[in-house]
Design a protein around this ligand. Structure first.
Ligand code: ZN
Length: 685
């Protein structure tokens, strides 16, 4: 770690700024071109400068002189061809510049005029000066307000509005001077480059992909490689090679729409644990503001407060040696307010709290989890949770050593149900021919005794697994985990209070479903959705098999069926009613009670031909929802396909079942008192 030098007086102005309006001369060469049309417009830097000035920041900052980057500096990160190509553009004729721009704009997202080369040198030189001032200890931190940006520029290619890779060049210059083999050897051995521009910094990744002196972390919109720069190497499995293995961290959002919640979660769960373990001597932020709310290209929602919080977290590293260098960001208001928030944080002003909801999207959580799993190979800080075996592949263990928790839970529940209620296992064949439904269906021994008129079909999930984190370990621990199984409330009522006949189906379920479905950003065809759908399809298939093999044969002319669905069981019951729409089933059913968690409400089919079914379902059903279900907290509407909805006083379905069972009981009793439709008279000729 670069030491703070004792005895050296701390300068009054500890935060630097580098800027020159000359860099505004780089603009589209065609004077008839509507300059507002190109997002990388000259006013980007003046908008930031003016905002900092208006808020009194500039006079609190130390202004560093800006200079041209030198050929030998640029060539630390680029081929000679890049330097020559950019430099020569200054001598092009207007026509040559126009045709060059037409060519570059298509392939490389670049335009070039007679000032582009000078601006590229200044932009790069400005970041070099800022890094030098911070590493040498002249200032603690600083902001380089520069353009053109740099992080897309590859060693052998300028692209994406970027000529020279400012941050890569400045890092290489600093490492050359202060690094292990440099003039002031050993004072700078580890640099963290954190790139929060909404685009992947492909050029910076390339510059240090084999380098262990630089840890590159990028948070960007990726969309499987479809988002600019449109290459797969922004994916989370690109972790560096050779000496640089484990020194490249990509956090690739699968879609836009990410805000403070997602960025701060990525910081808390990936960036900061890794950064603390790495212990950098210097932090450079590739500070693009195109993930900011209002940016025309990024489609994300990071607020100025979000940027301030991220800056604040990074300031806890490297003795506060933080350089922010402007990259992208194309909404002038957004970049000005974001840059102001970053600068005020660098100046040590109070850090404002985020104003947005901090509930992280499911898709972002998945991304974070995948990145953690990938990076846990290289970082001990990500390997801490033994119930979350992130760095190990348990499926590789020998047969007989890995037991799915659901199997153990199901077995334990069957035993309990046998002891307390005398329930028996009901053999249930699976359409797949495998024994996948084994142990999932139980019944009362009197199931086939027709004198008892009421038959209860109770479909529920296995219970809610709760893993608590005891203070001793802070992490999830099996000794502190428990299962909440409220099915006994229904069994007590059906068997002890009434001695009804009963079929008990414990369907497979995924608890992640609790959060997944109502989420706006839930990817319709993503892996998680597929997994969820497979599980809910299995649940529906199981209930259909139980009905076809057993329940349908129990329905006599005077049988009253009571269907009770809890959690994941509710959707399976609705599917059964929709797919077995026979008068036999419908006439037999006296009541349908569904107790839901925060999942989407299961829907009856749409369409005119199913109208009678929907009306029937509304008459026969009671659908109890948690008090804070999305239906009651958002603009989402109740619909005719949802049945007879009722808002509970409780927030969890387990509490509804335990504490509002009297409501369920009253409903079922009133339904049972109604006459069953007369059985059709069969006339034999
Ligand atoms: Zn960008």
């Amino acid at each position: 770690m670069l030491p703070l030098q004792p005895g050296v007086p701390v300068p009054q102005k500890r935060t630097g700024v580098v800027y020159s309006a000359v860099m505004m001369l780089h603009m589209h060469p065609d004077e008839h071109f509507d300059r507002d049309e190109h997002p990388e417009k000259p006013e980007r830097i003046s908008a930031i400068w003016d905002r900092l000035d208006a808020h009194g920041c500039i006079k609190r900052m130390r202004r560093l002189p800006i200079r041209d980057a030198l050929r030998e500096e640029v060539m630390l990160a680029h081929d000679e061809g890049i330097w020559n190509g950019v430099e020569w553009s200054a001598f092009f004729t207007d026509d040559a510049l126009a045709s060059q721009t037409e060519h570059l704009n298509g392939e490389d997202s670049l335009y070039v005029n007679e000032h582009s080369a000078a601006c590229a040198r200044l932009s790069c030189g400005g970041v070099i000066e800022m890094v030098e001032a911070v590493v040498s200890g002249r200032i603690r931190n600083g902001f380089a307000i520069v353009r053109p940006p740099g992080h897309h520029a590859e060693p052998d290619r300028s692209m994406g509005f970027c000529f020279y890779n400012n941050v890569a060049v400045a890092t290489k210059v600093a490492l050359q001077k202060y690094g292990r083999r440099g003039e002031s050897a050993g004072t700078l051995s580890k640099v963290l480059i954190l790139d929060w521009d909404v685009h992947h910094g492909n050029g910076t990744q390339s510059a240090f992909y084999e380098d262990d002196a630089v840890l590159y972390i990028s948070i960007h919109r990726h969309e499987g490689g479809k988002f600019f720069p449109g290459k797969p190497d922004g994916g989370h499995t690109f972790s560096g090679v050779g000496a640089g293995l484990g020194r490249n961290v990509n956090i690739p959002w699968p879609e836009g729409d990410m805000g403070d919640a997602e960025y701060l979660a990525a910081f808390q769960q990936i960036v900061m644990p890794i950064a603390f373990e790495y212990q950098p001597d210097l932090v450079i932020i590739s500070a693009g503001f195109d993930a900011a709310e209002g940016d025309p290209l990024g489609g994300c929602h990071v607020s100025p407060q979000g940027y301030a919080q991220m800056t604040h977290m990074l300031s806890g590293l490297a003795n506060g040696r933080v350089v922010a260098a402007l990259e992208g960001g194309y909404n002038l208001e957004s970049i000005a307010s974001s840059a102001l928030a970053v600068t005020e944080t660098l100046l040590g002003d109070p850090v404002p709290a985020p104003q947005q909801s901090l509930r992280c999207k499911v898709l972002a959580s998945q991304t974070i989890r995948e990145v953690r799993r990938e990076q846990a190979r290289y970082w001990k800080a990500l390997q801490h949770d033994k119930l979350d075996p992130i760095a190990h592949d348990d499926s590789a263990l020998p047969d007989g050593t890995v037991h799915p928790l659901s199997t153990l839970l199901r077995r334990a529940r069957s035993e309990r149900a046998a002891q307390q209620y005398g329930l028996l296992e009901l053999p249930t064949p699976s359409p797949s021919g495998k024994e996948e439904f084994e142990g999932m269906v139980l019944c009362t021994p009197d199931l086939f005794e027709p004198e008892k008129k009421v038959v209860v079909l109770f479909v529920h999930d296995l219970g809610n697994l709760r893993a608590e984190r005891p203070w001793l370990s802070l992490y999830a621990d099996q000794e502190a985990a428990h299962v909440i199984d409220t099915s006994s409330r229904v069994l007590d009522w059906a068997l002890k209070e009434h001695s009804y006949r009963l079929v008990d189906v414990a369907v497979p379920s995924l608890e992640c479903a609790e959060n997944a479905q109502p989420e706006a950003g839930f990817e319709p065809n993503g892996a998680a959705f597929q997994q969820l759908r497979n599980v809910s399809q299995r649940a529906a298939a199981l209930v259909n098999v139980v009905y076809d093999h057993y329940v349908t044969h129990l329905i006599a002319a005077d049988t009253r069926l009571v269907l009770i669905g809890h959690g994941a069981g509710a959707a399976a019951l609705v599917q059964l009613l929709a797919s077995r729409e026979t008068s036999r089933l419908r006439d037999g059913v006296a009541a349908v009670v569904n107790v839901l968690n925060h999942n989407a409400v299961p829907l009856m089919p749409a369409g005119a031909s199913r109208k009678t079914l929907r009306q029937w379902y509304t008459r026969k059903s009671l659908v109890l929802l948690p008090s804070d279900h999305v239906i009651y907290t958002s603009s989402e509407r109740e619909g005719r396909r949802m049945g007879n909805l009722r808002q509970s006083k409780h927030q969890r379905s387990v509490d509804i079942l335990c504490h509002e069972f009297h409501v369920i009981e009253a409903f079922i009793n009133s339904q049972l008192q109604q006459q069953r439709p007369a059985a059709p008279v069969v006339v034999l000729h």
